[in-house]
Design a protein around this ligand. Structure first.
Ligand code: 5GP
Ligand code: ZN
Length: 140
């Protein structure tokens, strides 16, 4: 996928904008988020420009995501946090502000300021089965 000249993460990949780089290979780049939710907040991105996860080819996703376990472990060891959230936002409604796929690795500690509202619901009888059928139909 071609770089988008207006994309801030494409500019980081191209070295036109600096970043606090952790590592890069031919498919992926990891660097510190400039506006950390906690110290050690890392972004893992594909070098190629895909706006959202559904547009990203599976093989590219694999070549990027394979770095997640080691990266999560390294962040936890380096900053001494109790856990991490791996977060990936798609679309403005889902809090995506940079339209180039990125995975947040966010260190978590007891009493930190990063709060989720997690309004867990419940399916009425039959609805889960309908949804399984509808989603399965869309799978390749
Ligand atoms: P989103 O809300 O799109 O999932 O998150 C975008 C993230 O990119 C934000 O956490 C923001 O701080 C980070 N970010 C935006 N611009 C830059 C930049 O120029 N450099 C770095 N390192 N991070 C950025
Ligand atoms: Zn981009």
């Amino acid at each position: 996928m071609k770089a988008d000249p207006d994309c801030i993460f494409c500019k980081i990949v191209a070295g036109e904008i600096p970043c606090a780089k952790l590592f890069a290979d031919d498919a992926a780049l990891a660097f510190l988020d400039i506006g950390p939710l906690a110290e050690g907040h890392v972004l893992l991105i594909p070098k190629a420009h895909y706006e959202t996860i559904d547009r990203m080819p599976a093989d590219v996703a694999g070549r990027v995501l394979r770095h997640l376990p080691a990266l999560a472990k390294a962040v936890q060891s380096a900053v001494g946090c109790e856990g991490v959230n791996v977060l990936q936002n798609n679309g403005r409604i889902a809090h995506q502000f940079v339209p180039h796929v990125h995975f947040h690795i966010i260190p978590r500690r007891a009493g930190d300021e990063f709060h989720f509202n997690w309004p867990a619901g419940k399916y009425p009888p039959g609805r889960a089965e309908e949804l399984v059928e509808a989603i399965r139909k869309e799978l390749p």
